[in-house]
Design a protein around this ligand. Structure first.
Ligand code: SF4
Ligand code: MSK
Length: 671
């Protein structure tokens, strides 16, 4: 098997905690995804989207003189179909997550899941409005919350398979955007229907026009963004609370030598919320003490981490490429996983330590792991059982290698909180953000999202592009593993603005007291970014559509099919999106690359590009932001106009310990 030269730890990651553990892996002669990426050279044909295995006459590899498959399918058809299938899978993953939350809300509202309830009734009422659920009875009295919750859950479930009509949340987009979708006939009807139709179209002998396949790909992805994912976010907020700033820490140094460490990993907040509660149970803490530990420490990986961080302040152990490394610390008693982005490589590594790998979802078992299936109606009982099992492992722990590396952060920027931060309770609005962009204090907005990829130096592209955008007065909003990368860099505290941000962005961050990089949540929470962009477009002064705003979306280290779905729904919503780290999955077809860039720009105002190099990503993103500013008739970006109004107390705050700094900015913590 072809191999490439093994990278040194410093070449494989730019995160010092990851580097320390990669050195540890070398010493212990343990395989990780980093070494597997070195040992396994990616298939050059598949990586360009040129291999079709949609029927048993293939696989057909369209390279060299082979311009058509056995059935006659062309390079562009094959590349478009491969991309479409990936988007269908990504959209399914997000949307099935959203559907799961609708069932949890239904069970809770009907009294079958006593450990859950409506945590945010205001959000429930708001979402009821979007889904056409009455919140008052015939006499104008507020209906009981559980009744509204049940009807909201049922209305949400309808969105997946309704017989007629369109996804209701589309009406949350600017009017101009809705018109574009309708004119092009790409407004999604029901989430499941668009996925099924897209897969159907890619069957052998069906849709064989790349542009036509990609139109349905946009429709399917829109069903994810404005359907499944948006419902996932809304229903999570209803069940577990709408995020607001909390304080926490990020990186593997959050693991504790003297405590039982439990890592929660995956995507759904349903079980992890219960584990957070179970870990605070005095009886279980006493039980941990009886085994020689000081207590129980939870930490998260991937988007389960982001969900519990945003609402409960549970610290981040790390992002996607750190899951195996967490176990390598030797300090993890249990890694509890649910769905998505969970490496099968965890099982052999857990086997070498005392760590119990516990799968919990009926949708995701891993050979070699303990499976404790999660059931909503006895959620807390199961969560306690899992915590107890972790505690039982503590006495088996031997040598540990926890890197003493962690950074403070303030996450929790739901779109509701951003409104509040900018305008206060009485006039919450995005007006100050629009005004700052119009004036040129903020040059534009970048949404930096998405994964890590073992073939790209871990966190290096995230860190590079975010640093450059901050220096250039670009406000950065983040979700997913990109957000975790910035958290580990220390970019998510308000005082970061003083050290890194350009002069205009710094003024805004000082005035409002926000970090220059806003953590907006998990992968499904990219729907929060759609909401912010829609609000910015309707607020006034920045055009009338998402396509008019000086904003760019990017996933510089993407790897998952979900990232392709996110990218596609953002483009179909009018955004310019860059996927980094490689030439992209359709690089074998010039025609498909053109359809996704110029073609989509003509149709929907957004474009998708694949750019390997960080400097080029930044250059094109800034050029796009400046072009949009110009088209809006805004002042040319000129940083020399800003930066003379700094709050002199802020530098002083930098000299006091983190806890006191945060308290000075956000007030005393609530228990
Ligand atoms: Fe080959 Fe056509 Fe079958 Fe694809 S669908 S494997 S191109 S014969
Ligand atoms: S977890 S999809 S690696 S962002 Fe949402 Fe991270 Fe990408 Fe998974």
């Amino acid at each position: 098997m072809a191999k490439r030269k093994a990278r040194t730890p410093e070449e494989a990651s730019r995160d010092p905690a990851a580097i320390a553990l990669l050195e540890c892996a070398c010493r212990l002669d343990m395989e990780t995804c980093f070494s597997r990426a070195d040992n396994l050279v990616a298939c050059n044909i598949g990586s360009q989207g040129l291999c079709c295995k949609n029927c048993a006459m293939g696989p057909c590899r369209l390279v060299g003189k082979a311009e058509r498959g056995v059935c006659g399918a062309t390079v562009s058809t094959v590349a478009a179909r491969n991309f479409a299938r990936a988007v269908a899978v990504g959209a399914s993953a997000h949307s099935d997550h959203g559907r799961g939350l609708a069932y949890t809300l239904l069970e809770a509202a009907e009294g079958h899941a006593p450990d859950y309830g409506v945590r945010d009734p205001f959000k429930l009422i708001e979402v009821a409005g979007y889904l056409g659920v009455e919140t008052e009875d015939e006499d104008g009295e507020r209906r009981p919350i559980d009744e509204i919750a049940r009807d909201v859950a049922l209305a949400a479930l309808q969105e997946f398979g309704k017989v007629r009509g369109e996804i209701l949340n589309l009406e949350r987009a600017p009017a101009k955007r809705q018109q574009i979708w309708h004119d092009l006939a790409i407004a999604p009807r029901a989430v499941d229907r668009e996925v099924v139709e897209l897969l159907h179209r890619t069957h052998v002998g069906n849709d064989q026009d790349a542009e036509h396949i990609l139109d349905q790909t946009m429709r399917c992805a829109l069903g994810d963004g404005w359907g499944g994912s948006m419902l996932g976010t809304d229903l999570s907020d209803i069940l577990f609370g709408t995020p607001a700033p909390v304080r926490s820490e990020a990186n593997l140094g959050v693991l504790r030598e003297d405590m039982v460490n439990i890592i929660i990993h995956g995507h759904e907040p349903t079980l992890s919320e219960m584990i957070v509660a179970a870990a605070l149970d005095p009886e279980l803490i006493e039980y941990a003490k009886s085994k020689g530990a000081e207590g129980i420490q939870l930490a998260g990986i991937c988007c389960t981490a982001n969900e519990t961080l945003m609402r409960r302040g549970v610290p981040l152990a790390g992002n996607y490429l750190q899951q195996e490394l967490a176990i390598l610390t030797g300090a993890v008693e249990a890694m509890v996983v649910d769905i998505q982005c969970i490496m099968q490589g965890l099982a052999p590594i857990a086997d070498r330590f005392h760590t119990e790998l516990i799968t919990t979802s009926p949708k995701a078992k891993i050979e070699g792991a303990t499976h404790i299936e999660f059931e909503e109606h006895r959620a807390m009982e199961i969560a306690k059982e899992i915590v107890r099992r972790a505690v039982d492992r503590f006495p088996e722990r031997s040598e540990t290698a926890i890197p003493d590396i962690r950074n403070p952060l303030v996450p929790g920027f739901s779109h509701e909180y951003i409104d509040y931060a900018l305008g206060g309770f009485y006039r919450s609005s995005l007006r100050p953000l629009n005004d700052a962009i119009i004036a040129g204090r903020i040059r534009g907005v970048v949404a930096n999202i998405g994964c890590n990829n073992a073939r790209v130096c871990h966190d290096a592209l995230h860190d590079y592009v975010v640093t450059e955008f901050l220096k250039n007065d670009v406000l950065v909003v983040e979700t997913g593993c990109g957000a975790i990368a910035s958290a580990k860099m220390g970019y998510m505290t308000p005082e970061t603005a003083l050290q890194v941000a350009g002069p205009g962005l710094r003024e805004v961050c000082e005035t409002v007291g926000i970090p220059p990089v806003l953590h907006m949540g998990s992968c499904v929470d990219n729907s929060r970014i759609l909401t912010v962009l829609s609000q910015m477009a309707t607020e006034g002064g920045l055009g009338e559509d998402i396509a008019d705003i000086p904003a760019v979306g990017m996933a510089p280290e993407w790897m998952s099919e979900k990232a392709l779905s996110i990218a596609t729904y953002c483009v179909a919503s009018g955004a310019y999106v860059i996927l980094g780290g490689s030439d992209g999955p359709v690089s074998g077809s010039e025609k498909v690359l053109r359809i996704m860039s110029e073609g989509w720009e003509d149709k929907v105002g957004g474009r998708l590009e694949f750019i390997e190099d960080g400097e080029e990503i930044v250059r094109r993103a800034l050029a796009h932001i400046d072009e949009k500013r110009d088209a809006l008739g805004l002042a040319e970006y000129d940083p020399s106009k800003w930066g003379r109004s700094g709050d002199q107390r802020m530098p002083d705050l930098l000299s006091v310990p983190f806890e006191e700094r945060i308290e000075a900015i956000y007030g005393a913590p609530t228990s």
